[in-house]
Design a protein around this ligand. Structure first.
Ligand SMILES: *Cc1c(COP(=O)(O)O)cnc(C)c1O
Length: 388
């Protein structure tokens, strides 16, 4: 992984440049009218227009496909553009989707509020128990969509068991792998058909890009996905692709540090008298600890917790941290903390949210790559300000 992260997607460039140039161009000149026609017919390989193909975007896509062990990757304008494009390819009016109930808030909203309009039906289940997926399958189920670990609760689902269930019913399995990155989890190894990411998070890792990606296991599906992305238009641009590709070079080493810091912080939180509960895949107390061991190469940098004093105590913590920043998003080098019920998952119906165990007091942290002791000291001083 360390080697793939540094070298994948890198080719030979003019002047011996070791890094792919940024082809910041919307369009590409043809040699002659006949060549333009041949490119459009697909009789000749080459570039036409950046929404269709661009060499800087392709370099980034190749590196992600290699890291995931997939055939192709498609760079998208955001994680949501990636998820929407995946749905647009796979679902028709009358299709049914089974989705994890603990997923990124806008994924739920996309299915419930928008795709429902086009006749797509979705059932949300607790996918930590694979039998719940089996029970939710219908004759018209085309897709099972899971997020593991799930945002923001950090619950885990068994990819291999769910892949079997989906395939038995003639459906496909997509995994939102954003919380792990391909360094910590490779869904294709466990039977998934698609892996999607918000590039905004760990893959870019520097909180300065919004982007997404769809990774395909089966090369035969690539032309349809590329055509759909081109027509729906949610493509990433060359400069953001360059930044993501740059970020990926340090992905393996960053993930290692995120993991090291997060386990220390999770242990600190679990032993703190003001903390009601902590959910972190690397704690033996995690209800799906065994599932994590089976399919993950590390436990990641995301932690969910609740303070004994609930929402009020949580606010005191959020408002008094000095090093941790109060912001949504995750996966960057800097540590962030946020409150899902009023922030990332506020767009979800409150009953649906509570049903998914996203409690009103849940606090989510994204552990960065700073010094762990500095992060713990900051948590300590803010927790001391809570008076019960
Ligand atoms: C952030 C996120 C998304 C959406 O990605 P954007 O780049 O913000 O559109 C999807 N899934 C998960 C798990 C996320 O954390």
């Amino acid at each position: 992984m360390d080697t793939v992260a540094v070298h994948a997607g890198i080719g030979e460039y003019e002047f011996g440049a070791v890094i792919p140039p940024i082809f910041q161009t919307s369009t590409f000149k043809f040699n002659c009218a006949d060549q333009g026609a041949r490119l459009f017919k697909g009789e000749e390989d080459g570039y036409i227009y950046t929404r269709m193909r661009n060499p800087t975007i392709e370099a980034m896509e190749k590196s992600i496909a290699a890291l995931e062990g997939g055939a192709f990757a498609l760079g998208c304008a955001s994680g949501m553009a990636a998820i929407h494009t995946l749905f647009a390819v796979l679902l028709d009016s009358g299709s049914h989707v089974v989705c994890s109930e603990s997923v990124y808030g806008p994924t739920t909203t996309l299915l419930n509020s928008y795709l429902a309009k086009f006749g797509v039906e979705a059932t949300f289940v607790d996918t930590t128990k694979a039998e719940n997926v089996l029970n939710a399958m219908k004759i018209n189920t085309k897709l099972v969509f899971i997020e593991t670990p799930g945002n923001p609760t950090l619950v885990m689902s068994d990819i291999a068991a769910i892949a079997d269930i989906a395939h038995h019913a003639g459906a496909k399995l997509a995994v939102d792998n954003t919380f792990m990155s391909p360094v910590l989890q490779q869904p294709f190894k466990y039977g998934a058909d698609y892996s999607v990411h918000s590039l905004t998070k760990f893959l870019n890792g520097h909180a300065d890009v919004v982007g997404g990606v769809i990774v395909l296991k089966d090369a035969a599906e690539y032309p349809l996905f590329r055509k759909t992305l081109n027509h729906f238009g949610g493509v990433i641009d060359p400069f953001n692709s360059f930044l993501v590709h740059r970020g990926i070079k340090t992905l393996a080493i960053r993930m290692q540090k995120h993991c090291e810091n997060a386990i220390e912080i999770a242990n600190f939180l679990e032993s703190h008298p003001l903390i009601e509960w902590v959910n972190f895949p690397g704690l033996k107390s995690h209800p799906q600890y065994e599932i994590g061991l089976k399919q993950m190469n590390g436990f990641g940098g995301m932690i969910a917790m609740e303070l004994k004093g609930g929402v009020e105590a949580g606010k005191t913590l959020l408002d008094n941290l000095k090093l941790w920043q109060l912001a949504v998003s995750l996966g960057g080098v800097e540590s962030l903390i946020q409150h899902p019920a009023s922030m990332t998952h506020a767009s979800m119906n409150a009953d649906v949210r509570r049903q998914a165990n996203i409690t009103d007091g849940l606090v989510r942290v994204s552990v960065g790559i700073e010094n762990a002791k500095d992060l713990i000291d900051d948590l300590k001083q803010a927790l001391e300000l809570i008076t019960n």
